[in-house]
Design a protein around this ligand. Sequence first.
Ligand code: ZN
Length: 64
Amino acid sequence: MTTSPERLRPCPICGKPRVPDFAPFCSPRCRDRDLLRWLDEGYTIPGPPADRPDGDEDRDRDDT
Ligand SMILES: [Zn+2]
């Protein structure tokens, strides 16, 4: 039988094995990162989603 390994999924931020304490992330850092990303997108002006590769947020303002 195949049970969906929900708890075995890696951290959606960095892909490392998740830690139960911070599930579904692997660390508070990744959790914060996800939160910040969420907030950032929430505060960003509505428009077409930039073609930013998921992961790098430090360089999302290269077009002035
Ligand atoms: Zn992580």
